[in-house]
Design a protein around this ligand. Sequence first.
Ligand code: ADP
Ligand code: ADP
Length: 231
Amino acid sequence: DMPLLSGVGLRKAFGPTQALDDAGMALHAGEVVAVMGPSGSGKSTLLHCLAGIIQPDEGEVRYAGHVLSALPDRERSALRRTDFGFVFQFGQLVPELTCLENVALPMRLDGQRRRPAEKLAREWLDRLEVGDIADKRPGEVSGGQGQRAAVARALVTEPKVIFADEPTGALDSLNGERVMRLLTAAARETGAAVLLVTHEARVAAYSDREIVVRDGKSRQVDLPAPALSRS
Ligand code: ADP
Ligand code: ADP
């Protein structure tokens, strides 16, 4: 079947650095795919190209029947806002707003009224097991709590694809695993696909499938034969 999101033949240079050198990958609806590889190998650049945040020099990105890489900036931004959610390593919550207001923000920017937006935001904070931080500002909560609020904010609009770039990179392993467990569970419940960039095997273990990027080139990791074939 057709992937929801795919990139083929992607090349991207930053000055003399060839960040992507014929990379590609596909993401099917509802699938969680981990992009692994050493620091500087091109993982974030691949994510940014697939999310339409940066334009590849060569190659094509397709999303749900659109050639994303050929859309005008305005249309690409609009599609990002309606269909994509983002979780980064840190620094994504607005410090002046409460955690509840942060989670309600995408809906408020979309023109929704405060009451229903905050009601839904509260439900999402509860779902991420941080209902108690609703009235606190990001500076008053722990890294793990803040990251769970960031996940709630990414999911509250029920995006089709969640782009998570080292979402646990600033957390200790216990909090990191908690974020991954809650993120992947919520994605599966809403049917969102997840493109997860990580260099940690323990984080990638939450994915259905892994892709490795090395020197700007990507390849599918061969999975062991499924246990089914045994009996
Ligand atoms: P990874 O996510 O695997 O750590 P990146 O995609 O961030 O790798 O970076 C790949 C290469 O491209 C690195 O050499 C990095 O320094 C370079 N690079 C990435 N973004 C930029 C940029 N905006 N300007 C200059 N060089 C960049
Ligand atoms: P526009 O290009 O219309 O200004 P935005 O900047 O609002 O669009 O970006 C839309 C989405 O893309 C937001 O969710 C934002 O977090 C994400 N985004 C934009 N720029 C970057 C970036 N450089 N790195 C990561 N995410 C980005």
